[in-house]
Each structure stands twice: as structure tokens, then as C-alpha cells.
Design a protein. Structure first.
Length: 65
């Protein structure tokens, strides 16, 4: 899966977490475990996305002069 695909999935997962949190606060969410699963899925997506993104090198840091 490409980084662009992961970014789309991240946006969708964030929206889902938002909707579930709203439902939880308005007492419309029957199963609170759904929110927990959605948050974990978002974390998995972010982890994979960060693994695919190259880390900045130490030489480019402005404080390393």
C-alpha cells in the first residue's frame, strides 16, 4: 500500500473516530468498544505510515551547527 493510500485511510479513520466520539457523547453509541477498535485501527495506520516515511537525517538539523 502506498503512502498516498495510507493518508486517505488515515483521513477516513480520523473521521470515523470523530463520528464515534460524537455518538458516544450524545448517548447514541450502543457499543463503546467500537470507538476503541477505531482508535486502534487509526494507530495502526499511523504506525505503518511513519514506517514508510523516511526519517530526517541529523545533518539537516539547524541546531547541529
Amino acid at each position: 500500500m502506498s503512502a498516498a493510500d495510507l493518508q486517505v485511510k488515515e483521513r477516513e479513520a480520523r473521521e470515523e473516530v470523530f463520528r464515534l466520539r460524537l455518538k458516544l457523547k450524545t448517548s447514541q453509541l450502543d457499543n463503546s468498544a467500537t470507538l476503541r477498535k477505531a482508535r486502534r485501527e487509526l494507530s495502526r495506520i499511523l504506525t505503518v505510515l511513519r514506517q514508510k516515511t523516511p526519517a530526517p537525517t541529523k545533518g539537516n538539523d539547524a541546531r547541529s551547527s
